[in-house]
Design a protein around this ligand. Sequence first.
Ligand SMILES: NC(=O)c1ccc[n+]([C@@H]2O[C@H](COP(=O)([O-])OP(=O)(O)OC[C@H]3O[C@@H](n4cnc5c(N)ncnc54)[C@H](OP(=O)(O)O)[C@@H]3O)[C@@H](O)[C@H]2O)c1
Length: 322
Amino acid sequence: MKAIIAEQYGPPEILQLREVDRPVPKAGEVLVKVHATTVNRTDCGILWGKPFIVRFFTGLTKPKRPIPGTDFAGEVVALGKGVEHLQVGERVFSFEDNVLSSHAEYLTIAAEKVRTIPENIDFEQAAASVEGAHYAFNFINKVPLQSGQRVLVNGATGAIGSAALQFLKHLGVEVTAVCNTKNIELIRSLGADRVIDYEKEDFTQDDQQYHFVFDAVGKSTFGKCRRLLLPGGVYISSELGPGAQNPFLALLTPWFGKKKVAFPLPVDIPRSLRFIRELLESGAFRPVIDRRYRLEEIAEAYRYVASGQKTGNVIIVVGQEE
Ligand SMILES: NC(=O)c1ccc[n+]([C@@H]2O[C@H](COP(=O)([O-])OP(=O)(O)OC[C@H]3O[C@@H](n4cnc5c(N)ncnc54)[C@H](OP(=O)(O)O)[C@@H]3O)[C@@H](O)[C@H]2O)c1
């Protein structure tokens, strides 16, 4: 089968397309023919091995799993011993931040880690529904959201931000979304109640106050966003922040004052997948797809995603939908 190989950490130039043996499912696993996967910001962190902490999970000096890729949508083509709840031919998807080796034509995965794709969703949509949406769900999970509350989402055009915006609207929250001029219509179509164009206005100077501020691109700081929070309000960022301050602020701020920082530790992927699947099926969540590349063009996809300018998700088309 065709697979992308990264034998060391480094820039996209190290990636090679090779013919390798198709994996064989062990007991409890399924063999999946990958139809679509993405290149996402998690993949970029793993490719470069940065921040260094990533390597504690993916391999200290070189990648433990040389085929990269953290998400996929595809079709079950063989069952390992003891797999009873899935059938050959079922359409499935999943995500794993410690690498699934999905940048390949086939992969094996524990059957319990996959979810079936709802009938109304195609392979590309399913692949685009997991990485950013998992992190977005973990923002939402971290705070006691109630219908009618006000939330500001910075970076609403990213994979995390565009999913967070739709999840918040599903929960009945009033959302102010921050994006660039070219994406205002897109962000409105995802349900934003109010849009701040960051090319024209500094959102940290907004005169409204919010129950929660979600910085989905990690470009702000608690210090700058503090004035935006109502008493009892919470700030969450997708990044560690300057000097890796956000995890420390999450420990300290609950003890001082009425505004605090929360830092999501997105560990429960099965819970995220259950939530995402439900919203895909009901139509409450439609992932944003920016562009598509073929497996052979994956280095270009990594370069684009690492630029930090994608809108939603970048798809790698591996096989054609039948
Ligand atoms: N904590 C975790 O476990 C975790 C996991 C995955 C990702 N991350 C981090 O989360 C962040 C977001 O990831 P993502 O995949 O959602 O991002 P992304 O898709 O790379 O998107 C970034 C988006 O943000 C917009 N943007 C860039 N600069 C901005 C600014 N100053 N203000 C507002 N919007 C801006 C970009 O639009 P334009 O440039 O076109 O304006 C682009 O649409 C990344 O920094 C990533 O490293 C964290």
